[in-house]
Design a protein around this ligand. Structure first.
Ligand SMILES: [Zn+2]
Length: 148
């Protein structure tokens, strides 16, 4: 089944508040001397734990890490797991949409049931990254034995 065939029921509001709070708390750790644009991100993993991350800039601007990157690193350092829900905020607490690169990063650790809070409401991973390239594409080619 593709992700677009799956209907995800919205999580009740009580499920989002701990994520909003964790993302907001992560803002304090952001390293943003250049943009002055701190970002905090948080996700609930399938075991119920919550992980968070902040953006970390670099003098070589292109090397800047988005909050989603450090959040996924934290998730891996704490045993890993798939994301069930994701939330990202700016310095004013406004909901932010993950950038294109981070949608791909989140997709790697998401399922058809993963929900993302977005400025336009709760969405599935497939809605924010339709027809995504992912681990299944690599597995499909490996399983086929196709070589060049
Ligand atoms: Zn990003």
């Amino acid at each position: 089944m593709s992700r677009s065939e799956t209907v995800t029921a919205p999580m009740d509001d009580g499920g989002w508040e701990p994520l909003r709070l964790a993302a907001t708390a992560a803002l304090a750790n952001a390293y943003v001397p250049y943009s002055k644009f701190p970002v905090g991100a948080a996700a609930r993993l399938e075991d119920g734990s919550i992980v968070s991350g902040c953006n970390v800039e670099n003098a070589s601007y292109g090397l800047t890490l988005c909050a989603e990157c450090t959040m996924i690193g934290a998730a891996r350092m704490n045993g890993g797991g798939l994301i069930t829900a994701f939330y990202c905020v700016d310095a004013q607490g406004e909901i932010l949409m993950p950038c294109g690169r981070c949608r791909q990063i989140l997709n790697e650790f998401s399922t058809a049931q993963t929900q993302l809070m977005t400025p336009s409401g709760v969405k599935s991973m497939d809605q924010v990254l339709p027809d995504a390239f992912g681990p299944r594409d690599l597995a499909r080619i490996a399983a086929s034995g196709a070589e060049h």
